[in-house]
Design a binder for this molecule. Structure first.
Ligand code: UD1
Length: 422
């Protein structure tokens, strides 16, 4: 059986501009939120990635339809009367459990296959369950499926999250928008994707205030009053950060267009601390570098802290810095597989528990490598451009989950790279 691989060859520099697409982590939840609109919602700026295909299959498995026209998705949930999400889909993509909240909001019950662990950690769902229980949802774990019901109806509640979980905040938001009374999520996740979801819900007739701050207030409205809407997905700050890391490594100047720089404040600060020049406009960021990369410690934290989804890309920068920076991963316990793979290309990274001690090296060598996960895979491709010789990157399905036309965009910046079947 043939396999697709990426061949990245030593490239002198990456320069020019690249347009950033819609955010994977937002679009997935926007598609799920369309369940509440009970009609055909139109979502613009939806990236062509396999995770979105899986979420479209989730909607279809419920009886809805999803049609793509370029970057636009028409999600029609008029006949989405099913309430069960099968194991085949949840096992392919954990974010499938984002339908739990909207299904509970629309039907009062749901049956969702329990997500297992995944290769970046255990990824529990206890917080999802806790917040939904607070509004009256009862859960039974039944042969690998989680059956959610609300025999006594749903009621508003004030919840305080132990940790600002993105997924738990989103599920609570999507379930409680149709629950009578005022609900409050305190210590809520503050990611731009949460703001995007709240904006779409409000465009459907919901009343959500405070998204983007630690306290979100939801005034419940009747389900029947909600309607489908038209919404444009926010830009992908992680895709932008990935290209900026590539520009910082190679020298640039490299510009990412169509992204609000405030989404990436911490990452931009780290780039500056590493010796890069960073210039911003309202919707673009340009990075360039002429001096050696300086070592900078990084610790991942919930937004607006440094994003875990950029940890691998910045670990690569640290791996070629002149010193010994330490990276601390606080969000996912098992997210350093990338470092082991990069060490095969000549980096010198020691992982101890949730810390990576990175001894900077002057050069990397091309090698056959496998994508350990989505972001690690994207970082290995960039490493291949900076390395001597040729790097063959396998297991591309990880990259395809979250990057739309990654190779084409890198080629447009001057990368010596191709994707082919072997
Ligand atoms: C989302 C993003 C992911 C990003 C992450 C953190 C999507 C599809 N994925 O994932 O790319 O890396 O936010 O920014 O949007 N946790 C619990 N119990 C829970 C929920 C979470 O212990 O009920 C833990 C997780 O195991 C993890 C941490 O909290 O260690 C962060 O999880 P969370 O913020 O919920 O991330 P996701 O929504 O899964």
């Amino acid at each position: 059986m043939s396999e697709e691989i990426i061949i990245a060859r030593e490239t002198e520099n990456l320069t020019g501009s690249v347009r950033i697409g819609g955010a994977k982590n937002s679009a997935l939840k926007l598609v799920a939120a369309a369940i509440l609109g009970q009609g055909a919602s139109t979502l613009h700026n939806v990236p062509r990635i396999s995770d979105i295909d899986i979420m479209a299959d989730v909607i279809r498995s419920l009886g809805g339809t999803v049609e793509r026209q370029g970057e636009t998705l028409i999600v029609d949930t008029t006949n989405a009367t099913g309430y069960e999400t099968p194991y085949e889909l949840v096992s392919k993509m954990r974010a499938s459990i984002s339908v739990l909240g909207p299904l509970i909001g629309r039907f009062g019950h749901a049956r969702v296959a329990m997500p297992g662990g995944c290769n970046i950690g255990a990824r529990k769902i206890d917080l999802h369950l806790k917040v939904l229980q607070s509004i009256g949802v009862q859960f039974v774990n039944d042969h690998g499926y989680l059956y959610a019901s609300s025999p006594n109806g749903l009621h508003s509640a004030e919840v305080y999250l132990d940790f600002p979980s993105v997924g738990a905040t989103e599920n609570m938001l999507m379930a409680s928008v149709v629950v009578e009374g005022t609900s409050v999520i305190d210590n809520a996740a503050r990611e731009p994707e949460i703001v995007d979801l709240a904006n779409m819900l409000n465009a459907m007739g919901c009343k959500v205030e405070g998204a983007g701050s630690p306290t979100i207030t939801i005034t419940g409205v009747p389900l029947e009053s909600l309607h489908p809407c038209e919404h444009t997905t926010v830009a992908d700050r992680i895709e932008a950060g990935t290209f900026l890391a590539a520009g910082a490594l190679m020298g640039g100047p490299l510009t990412v267009e169509g992204i609000d720089p405030s989404f990436l404040r911490m990452a931009l600060m780290k780039l500056t601390d590493m010796g890069c020049s960073v210039e911003t406009t309202e919707d673009s960021i340009t990075v360039s570098r002429t001096e050696p990369l300086r070592p900078v410690d990084i610790q991942t934290l919930p937004h607006p802290g440094f994003p875990t989804d950029l940890q691998a890309q910045f670990c690569l920068l640290c791996a070629m810095a002149d010193g010994t920076p330490v990276i601390t991963e606080n969000i996912f316990e098992n997210r350093f597989m990338f470092a082991y793979e990069l060490n095969r290309m000549g980096s010198d990274i020691t992982v101890e528990d949730h810390h990576a001690i990175v001894h900077g090296v002057k050069s990397l060598q091309g090698a056959p490598v496998s994508c350990p996960d989505l972001r690690g895979g994207a970082a290995l491709v960039i490493a291949g451009l900076a390395a001597e010789g040729e790097t063959r990157i396998h297991d591309l399905h990880h990259i395809d989950r979250g990057y739309d036309n990654y190779v084409g965009k890198l080629q447009s910046l001057g990368a010596n790279i191709e994707r082919l079947s072997i």
